[in-house]
Design a protein around this ligand. Structure first.
Ligand SMILES: NC(=O)C1=CN([C@@H]2O[C@H](COP(=O)(O)OP(=O)(O)OC[C@H]3O[C@@H](n4cnc5c(N)ncnc54)[C@H](O)[C@@H]3O)[C@@H](O)[C@H]2O)[C@@H](O)CC1
Ligand SMILES: [K+]
Length: 477
């Protein structure tokens, strides 16, 4: 099953892998024609009723595969208003090649004739809300035609994610949908057509995974959350890096809870950090009330950077998790506590492979085998895992993803703290598996860009100014 939003992300990832959408449209159109053949007799007449988006484009392509039928293409609206280049190019091809293609300027002009089969290619997954004119009248005409109706991707007017229609919708006999089943189409007779999207477009993080983020231009305060970093004690750079990464990843507000003994040092890394220190030189049961009160006021907590592995600290981490029910990224020494504690919290754990073994998790040399094993382990512990490596593997037990951005220059200390902080910012608004995927992708991409520019010799702090562009940079970079 795939949602419309995820489908758009996968489509963008496929394009980044070198399989552009126009190629997918050719496959979709071919699949639509094959579906027409299954329901039409050789002498049947076929009316293809097309909207101005890519759903219509699929039917323009299909027409070229239906030369042996009496087929007519009806475009709802003027050709100049076709909304994508690839759909327009396919429309122009129909006109030049002298297909029976008709422009319907007004819903009253739609004359379907008496077709045996109607292909409904008005609107697909790109649409929200009730059908507007001329699509609304066209849907009524299709429903009254008595023809066998084959819908392209989704019956026009129906929401592919929910199966609900906000108003008039096409009453389809069959649906040919692309790549994977859609959650809302259970009640229809659906054929899923493989359109040649590589498996790795779905598996590997890519530019499409950034679509879950609000673009900076449209962003408002409050679109992102407030993040609390709990760290520091034996180390001071780690919580500072994590907090700065959360800020660079767009968090509305980031605060750091660290031991008072190291607060000045942590502050010294960046004047803009907001510190909320607790007494002592490391986290122990004593600091816990303070941390609990703070955590309750934040959308996500990043737990672990620089905390160290003192017995009292690990016990405090366990006590915290035992009665925390919010969202948290768990990194570094805090990770070993996770398998031992019962918690209502939603955790995103970010171990490297050694830390994963320390959690009692699996090890495998081959990344695909590791992905399967990590998915099982994530299901076991009931939390999301992002296991860092040359190929990062990510799973919440249901979804499994991998990331291959990043380079050997990033084995330097601190890059994991940057990843954890960014993951915390993303976790405050996104599903854990999406936050993990995007954090891994952007962290690696930032590192790749630095190494492309200057070669190895990268510092973790070099990543920080690169993060915004890695998260929001041009879609086609
Ligand atoms: N990977 C993919 O996602 C692929 C998608 N393809 C096709 O592309 C479709 C999605 O294409 P688009 O994103 O261009 O979107 P659609 O073709 O679904 O709809 C966009 C058009 O609908 C109009 N519109 C929006 N809301 C409306 C309303 N309420 N009433 C009337 N008109 C409305 C818009 O102005 C625009 O012209 C899919 O359903 C599928 O058929 C395929 O070509 C191949 C691969
Ligand atoms: K449709």
């Amino acid at each position: 099953m795939i949602t419309a939003e995820r489908m758009a992300a996968v489509d963008e990832n496929a394009a980044a892998l070198g399989v552009p959408r126009k190629q997918l449209m050719e496959s979709s159109g071919n699949a639509v024609a094959a579906a027409v053949r299954r329901v039409a007799d050789p002498d049947d007449s076929v009316a293809l009723v097309c909207g101005r988006g890519n759903n219509g484009g699929d039917a323009f392509v299909a027409a070229r595969f239906l030369d042996d039928y009496d087929a007519t293409v009806h475009l709802l609206g003027r050709p100049e208003t076709i909304s994508t280049d690839i759909a327009r190019e396919n429309w122009t091809a129909l006109e030049r090649a002298e297909y029976d293609s008709r422009v319907v300027r007004d819903s009253r002009d739609l004359d379907l004739g008496a077709p045996d089969v109607v292909v409904d290619a008005m609107l697909g997954t790109g649409v929200a809300g009730a059908l507007r004119e001329p699509e609304r009248s066209a849907a009524a005409a299709i429903n009254e035609s008595g023809a066998t109706v084959l819908a392209v991707d989704v019956p026009s007017g129906v929401d592919a994610d929910t199966g609900e229609a906000a108003g008039v919708a096409v009453d389809a006999d069959h649906v040919v949908t692309f790549h994977d089943a859609k959650p809302g189409l259970d009640d229809w007779d659906v054929t899923v057509a493989d359109i040649g999207i590589p498996e790795t477009a779905e598996l590997f993080a890519g530019p499409g995974d950034r679509r879950v983020l609000t673009r900076p231009g449209d962003a408002h305060k409050g679109d992102f959350g407030e993040v609390l970093v709990v760290g520091g004690g034996p180390y001071t750079g780690a919580p500072a890096l994590a907090a700065q990464a959360a800020m660079r990843a767009g968090a509305d507000l980031v605060r750091v809870a660290c031991p008072r003994a190291v607060a000045r040092e942590v502050q010294g890394f960046e004047a803009g950090l907001i510190l909320r220190p607790f007494d002592g030189d490391r986290l122990t049961a004593e600091g816990l009330d303070h941390v609990r009160t703070l955590a309750a006021d934040h959308d996500a907590v990043v737990f672990g950077p620089g905390l160290g592995d003192h017995e009292a600290t690990l016990a405090a981490v366990g006590d915290f998790l035992a009665d925390y029910d919010g969202r948290a990224v768990i990194d570094a020494d805090a990770l070993q506590v996770v398998p031992e504690v019962e918690t209502e919290a939603t955790l995103l754990c970010t171990p490297h492979q050694g830390e994963l073994r320390g959690m009692g998790g699996p090890s495998a040399d081959d990344w695909r085998a590791r992905l399967d094993a990590v998915a099982d382990f994530a299901a076991d512990i009931g939390h999301t895992l992002l296991v860092k490596g040359a190929y990062d593997v990510i799973s919440d037990g249901a979804d499994a993803r991998a990331n291959r951005t990043g380079n050997p220059g990033m084995t330097v200390g601190g890059t994991g703290d940057v990843l954890a902080g960014m993951a915390g910012a993303l976790l405050s608004t996104q599903e854990p598996v999406d936050a993990a995927t995007l954090a891994a992708y952007a962290n690696g991409l930032a590192g790749d860009r630095i190494v492309d520019r200057q070669g190895y010799g990268l510092l973790a702090s070099d990543l920080l100014p690169e993060l915004p562009r890695a998260l929001w940079g041009g879609r086609d970079e």
